[in-house]
Design a protein around this ligand. Structure first.
Ligand code: PRX
Length: 649
């Protein structure tokens, strides 16, 4: 397979697209030359309560980072996702829910979703939740998770969705940081036939004294499994709905009032509460969803992400629903009951657009053609990829087997902090190069800089920065604007630093090369090395730990941990397994180490900084070319780590 192959836009794709090559060029030019004019026009796609007069008021100056869009306008996100569709498409299906068990499904129309959101919004008010309060949502992939998000938006509460795979400890940390009053959860989740003890996890999280702000836990009945009940605090979702009224006027929100917080990993141990606001975020999610996926009314759109991640927020919930789309919500996993599940869901529901992650594609690819054997797949028209670089081999497998060499693939690069897609092909405009996220979306000005911050012109490789604001951009980190400025605007002054490296080719296409900071990307999920290290050293027998990413066939990156044990503790296979289980429990299954290597010492500079560069090389068996190790406090550590690594092969 040749990474440089080019797939020109097919004429039938141009014919049905919103944006052809000429339109892309013209709109892109306009969007960067006159952002005010461009975004003023685009903002008409939302229903505003009070129209804005100001459009872009943004500063990336690191002494005064301030990002505001449409600041004097008002609107309500849930109104835009629900009420305004009722007249034209009240009976259209808004959510197709496909259960973990292939025989479980629900179809929910816009009218039904609107009614349930209104009821639940009233119920939340009844629990003393009001504008500006934070509500933590820790739910499985069931329609009630979407209801909970939109109900918060309806009354001006700020939701903080925590991925259901996170541990009680991780959940407690996120609750404590934003001091949420209410947690919404389910008795248990169901994934791949296994039960996930969500309510028990909440109970455990709330034993942490830092979560004192929580006074109610709302529990949705999913499995009917046995759970402990704290009657002063716990309430059934279903009981609340029964008595709640179905009329709930949407709250008039300022465009710059927060819509949600979403915690993500950074290069330090403490997760960051990324703040997204209402107007710019919703506009950006809605416009990108329409243009990147060329979404037309009536089509069935499926994003396989979990609502616990930003992809779920922008491209399962807000973007599609703001556009009146039919969005598929899948509770399960691609491998259950077997690897044909994705193909079966596509055929069963007539999916037109599939948006998934390279890790899922590689898991299918590992089984050859079996995952698509017997499938029809003719409903599909467009494929998307997100979360990590897609290797050309996986791209081709996806293109040939799922897309039947007929469907363009949009490889969309973006981040939790960007709110929506920033670099991507547009199906009717962009010739595809497997492995490249290609060109910027409207209004997005990417650039490459060297380590000193000098701009790299033309073809080249460097740090990926964005040089001006776009409406979907995060505004701050919850409770810590200084950290926001330090993380994103200080490394290269006056620019937003993405933390990614990239290459730009002679056609101006971007090829993301991966993180340049201490953040891993495991199965498309961001994991801070520091987060795993601090969980590891919390184990009573561990003295020190250092984490690096290693190439992994399915996950993209695997987690490789060097562990130094306390004096007197002897290394054993049982302890290795115990430490793996410890991390699963401390953070969650997604952080489970792939490899634990014992380390009598770690390669540190005299000032105590761990030289990860050396650890990365040893973990993949590259013992040569370790560079200058004479600056290490104890260079002999390197040879002993090499010897241990050799012994493990
Ligand atoms: O390294 C990039 C990678 O995922 C990071 C963002 O992770 P997160 O905030 O969890 O959001 C994931 C979903 C938007 C980025 O810094 N990444 C995301 N999409 C791509 C990608 N790397 C290469 N190609 C992509 N299409």
């Amino acid at each position: 397979m040749c990474a440089a192959s080019l797939y020109p836009v097919r004429p039938e794709v141009v014919a049905r697209s919103f944006t052809d090559e000429a339109a892309y060029k013209a709109m892109y030019q306009q969007s960067v030359i006159n952002p005010d004019g461009f975004w003023r026009e685009q903002a008409r796609r939302l229903d505003w309560i009070k129209p804005f007069t100001k459009v872009k008021q943004t500063s990336f100056d690191d002494h005064h980072v301030d990002i505001k869009w449409f600041a004097d306008g008002t609107l309500n996100a849930s109104y835009n996702c629900l009420d305004r569709h009722l007249e034209a498409r009240g009976e259209q299906v808004a959510i197709i829910w496909e259960g973990d068990d292939p025989s479980a499904q629900r179809l929910i129309t816009y009218r039904e979703l609107h009614e349930e959101v209104c009821r639940f919004a009233n119920a939340l008010r009844g629990q003393d939740v009001h504008r500006g309060d934070v509500v933590t949502i820790y739910m499985p992939m069931i329609p009630e998770a979407v209801v909970a998000m939109l109900a918060c938006a309806r009354i001006g509460a700020i939701h903080s969705v925590v991925f259901g795979g996170f541990s009680p400890d991780a959940l407690a940390g996120r609750i404590a940081d934003c001091r949420s009053k209410v947690v919404i959860t389910a008795d248990e989740g169901l994934r791949g036939g296994k039960r996930v003890p969500l309510k028990a996890n909440v109970d455990e999280a709330l034993t942490n004294p830092d979560t004192y702000s929580v006074n109610k836990v709302i529990v949705c009945k999913r499995t009917g499994g046995d759970i402990k009940w704290h009657s002063h605090r716990d309430i059934w979702y279903e009981d609340l709905l029964k008595v709640a009224g179905s009329i709930c006027a949407p709250k008039e929100m300022g465009a710059e009032e927060p819509l949600f917080l979403l915690y993500t990993s950074g290069s330090t141990g403490k997760p960051k509460g990324v703040v997204h606001t209402t107007g710019g975020y919703l506009l950006y999610a809605s416009l990108t969803h329409e243009r990147v996926f060329d979404y037309r009314p009536g089509e069935v759109y499926w994003c396989t992400a979990d609502v616990g991640w930003v992809t779920g927020h922008s491209y399962i919930v807000y973007g599609p629903l703001a556009n009146g789309a039919t969005t598929l919500l899948f509770e399960g996993i691609p491998s259950y009951p077997d690897m044909t599940r994705i193909s079966k869901i596509i055929d069963k529901h007539g999916v037109n657009i599939l948006y998934t992650a390279p890790t899922a594609i590689r898991a299918m690819m590992a089984q050859g053609r079996a995952p698509v054997e017997g499938a029809d797949g003719s409903s599909l028209r467009l494929l998307g990829s997100v979360g990590e670089p897609i290797n050309p081999e996986a791209w081709h497998w996806y293109y040939e087997n799922i897309g039947r060499e007929r469907c363009p693939i949009v490889d969309t690069w973006w981040q939790t902090e960007t709110g929506g897609i920033l670099i991507t092909p547009l199906p009717g405009a962009t010739s595809l190069k497997p492995g490249s996220a290609s060109r910027p979306f409207f209004g997005v000005q990417p650039a490459l800089v060297d380590n000193l911050g000098n701009l790299i012109e033309g073809a080249g490789e460097g740090n990926l920065v964005i040089i001006d604001s776009w409406p979907g951009q995060a505004r701050s980190l919850h409770g810590d604007h200084d950290r926001f400025v330090d993380t994103y605007f200080k490394t290269f002054k006056g620019m937003y630093f993405t933390g990614d490296g990239a290459r730009r080719d002679e056609d101006g296409y971007y090829w993301i090369t991966g993180r340049v900071d201490d953040v891993l990307n495991v199965s498309g999920h961001r994991m801070g090395t520091a987060e795993i290290e601090s969980a590891m050293v919390a184990h009573p027998q561990v003295a020190e730990a250092a984490v690096v990413g290693v190439p992994h066939d399915v996950k993209g990156q695997g987690i490789y941990v060097y562990v130094t044990l306390n004096d007197g503790v002897s290394a054993s296979e049982a302890l290795r397994q115990e430490l793996k289980a410890w991390i699963r429990r401390e953070i969650g299954p997604i952080a489970t180490p792939d490899v634990i290597q014992w380390a009598p010492g770690l390669p540190k500079t005299r000032s105590g900084k761990i030289m990860r560069r050396i650890l990365r090389k040893i973990s993949v068996g590259e013992y040569d070319g370790l560079g200058d190790i004479s600056t290490l406090a104890d260079p002999s550590v390197v040879q002993s780590l090499i010897n241990i690594h050799r012994g493990m092969q």
